[in-house]
Design a protein around this ligand. Sequence first.
Ligand code: ADP
Ligand code: MG
Length: 452
Amino acid sequence: MEPGYHRDGETREGATGSEKDFADLLLERILDKKGTIFKEKQGIDFTGRDILSPSYRPDIILHRDTQIKQIIEYFVPCINNNQSPGNMLIYGKTGTGKTLVTRHAAAKIVENASKRGAAVPFITYINAKMYNTKYRILAKICEDIGVFVPKTGIATDAILDALKDVLKKADKPLVSIIDEVDLLVRSREKDDLLYVLTRLAEDDPAVRVSIIGISNDLRFKTFLGIRVLSSLNAQEIVFQPYQRSELVDILKQRADLAFKEDVVDEGIVGAIATIAAREDGDARKAIALLLKTGEVAEQEGAAFIDAEHLVKARDRLDLDTTESFLSTLPVQFQIVIIAISNAQTHYKCSANTGVILKIYHDLVKESEDFVSSIGLRRLLQILKDLNDQGILDLAVVSNGRGRSSVVSMNLERSIIEHVFSKNQQLKKLLNYIPKMKCLDSFLGPSNDSNDL
Ligand code: ADP
Ligand code: MG
């Protein structure tokens, strides 16, 4: 028998004479309980598991050459002539590689320009999610170029003056990357920040400031006022969602770095890529699913990842998402969900808005005032929001007495109980059984008033 071949002639892909037998390898792992299926150490700071975390930045970026080229070319005026490159807007849905590619290109500009003695611009990076006031954003930009600004206490104009001074003295352009910039423009104060930054340069030609705004929201520009829009005058780059084949390559790259040999095979990577491509082509979600799948396999003491681990990981991620969504909803929304769910659980039928409102008010009484009362108009708004989020279905039906809105819950009772019973006050309300007299106006597919 040739080495690497099994008796029945089946081969294992890539097997060579020098490789270990696959069965030996598996048994070695299972019997010797070699601990984790993730690589234990990868580089100084990273373990295999870290490589699948959202903050890890791979050295090699796949399938984004067009965008890398566009960003590098954008920077050319800085490094060739020490000029300001103008403003740029980068759009794309989440997980399309915007942050990774932009930071990568910016780091390469600095690295290569310094190596060759070319002009090196100031480049700063800030995520608007982390810095939520105009003051803090400006202070952080200053700090990144070496200007000390106290955390509070001076006027923004004073910060801007300090910034201008440094830029003039250094005689260098500043390119400020503002990630998740769409979060800024929802508020007047911060919308103004973009204006102020773009104006800096216009008021004094010796001050060169450019902005690269990165937006997850494709409607970003529609939020900008005319004033900001015209002074921004940005060139634009779009990041399209990843195709399945691109996700396969991205996942393979990570899986090779993160897992020990033979832990994850092409079938699993392909299946994850298919799922992620169907849901928005989001590489972040794809990588998160790969991590979760690895964690499930590891918890089960498996030596390698199989399709069942993937199915469980998907369910858990769905549950995690739903859980964090439900647990961070305003309390009025939570009570509305409990009201509907309690009614459906005890009486097995859809509920109309009048009924929901009555149960809501009963729950308010039960809650000893930790919930505030609401009226029908507010209830309808909440139901509409929850309908838009896919938590429930809101339908208008006509019956003998006119039209009314009927609600049916899309969440399983077990999920609602799982999430809300973690909160003592909500837990008590989950046990509340709606009163029979509320139910005269019940409607819905399984409604049969004789049964009630
Ligand atoms: P966005 O900023 O568009 O939401 P990110 O740049 O944060 O997306 O990318 C999401 C995740 O996917 C990150 O973990 C990133 O490292 C990874 N990723 C995205 N694009 C690529 C790519 N082309 N090659 C390798 N990894 C990628
Ligand atoms: Mg991003």
